[in-house]
Design a binder for this molecule. Structure first.
Ligand code: ATP
Length: 335
């Protein structure tokens, strides 16, 4: 295995940059209209365009002998979950987690089984007794999410989503208590080879228009906040928060090992709100590299503490593969 490939979007630049730094061949498989963009980067050995998703799967499968596909947040979005099952080339990480991630309720159950504090959720709009956020299935960058102050607003919002065909039925959403605090996305890497959990960085998502609304002094504007992610801002946490979130992450790793074999491999993220009491409420997780790691191509304030060299998460992935190859344990990091 000497080739790292990924799909041209999300965090592909740091993944391939890291692959090259660790001595692998780097292949970008990307929608045809992005070939020119990606071709300008000298660390990408080959950029291959595709015109449709089936073609993308075939291109990935051409590397079944010597390639490793690095999944990221756009893989399932771009290729579709059914087609992803047809990928025969080995994937770095646990591909069994995709199915858990695609279902909001299953996803939250993994956090709960880990005894991580999560926002309260409501099965039935009728039970809503506080401010909530209503979330749609799949990682769509927060598109279509809405905040409601009471059950009447939840019902009204759900009707709108169904009538505009954004969702097929009302059961597809999750209704979660809206936690007041500040968002922090804690990024981790679990190494099954070193049996080590590393905190690799923290980010905050920059979302339009909710973050833009803060700039406007009027409070009576008739503008709905929306949560479409357009970028990420760096953050470090008060050091006293770190042991707590580290415990949560370790507990999550243990749960995934038990419930979703072969367990957590590589990067993941606990998407959280930190309350003024210091309590951390985790409202979601990502079981693979998150785009917020793009902030730290040269390493984060935390990655330096483990490696003392520039270590992006993209590079960390290739480093794990390299260590696994050297120790004859490659099958422990691939599925
Ligand atoms: P995806 O990762 O699925 O593309 P996303 O992660 O951007 O979407 P979320 O992070 O779940 O979507 O939520 C979007 C926004 O709503 C974020 O700003 C997040 O901080 C906020 N948010 C989500 N859940 C809660 C909650 N229970 N309480 C308060 N804020 C929340």
């Amino acid at each position: 295995m000497d080739t790292i490939l990924t799909i041209g979007s999300h965090s592909s630049l740091q993944i391939l940059h890291g692959a090259k730094k660790e001595g692998f061949k780097s292949i970008q498989i990307t929608p045809e209209n992005r070939v020119k963009f990606y071709s300008q980067f000298p660390f990408i050995d080959k950029v291959i365009g595709y015109n449709n998703e089936d073609e993308a799967v075939n291109l990935i499968n051409n590397y079944v002998e010597n390639g490793i596909l690095i999944p990221h947040g756009s893989l399932v979005e771009y290729i579709g979950s059914e087609r992803v099952k047809k990928i025969k080339t080995k994937i770095f990480g646990n591909r069994n987690l995709f199915e858990w991630e695609a279902n909001q309720k299953k996803k939250m159950s993994l956090l709960k089984m880990s005894n991580i504090p999560t926002p309260m959720d409501f099965e039935n709009p009728e039970d809503v007794d506080r401010m909530v956020i209503v979330k749609l299935p799949g990682a769509k960058g927060g598109k279509g999410y809405f905040i409601a102050r009471n059950k009447a607003e939840v019902k009204e919002g759900l009707k709108k989503l169904v009538s505009t065909k954004i969702i097929d039925n009302e059961e597809d959403v999750i209704i979660q208590e809206y936690v007041i605090g500040v968002p922090m996305y804690f990024q981790f890497f679990y190494s099954p080879i070193m049996d080590r959990l590393e905190i690799t960085g923290i980010d905050i998502r920059y979302e339009t228009n909710v973050d833009g609304l803060k700039r406007i002094p009027f409070t009576d504007l008739e503008v709905e906040p929306t949560f479409v992610v357009v970028g990420n801002l760096p953050a470090v946490a008060r050091e006293s928060l770190l042991p707590k979130v580290f415990d949560y992450a370790m507990s999550f790793v243990n749960t995934v090992k038990e419930k979703v074999p072969p367990g957590m491999i590589g990067p993941f993220c606990l998407e959280s709100v930190v309350k003024d009491s210091g309590e951390i409420s985790v409202f979601e997780f990502s079981g693979r590299i998150v785009a917020g790691t793009n902030l730290y191509i040269y390493g984060s304030p935390y990655s330096w503490l483990y490696w003392d060299e520039p270590m992006s998460v993209g590079r960390r992935i290739s480093r794990e593969i390299k260590i696994a190859i050297n120790e004859g344990k490659l099958n422990e990091v691939l599925t």
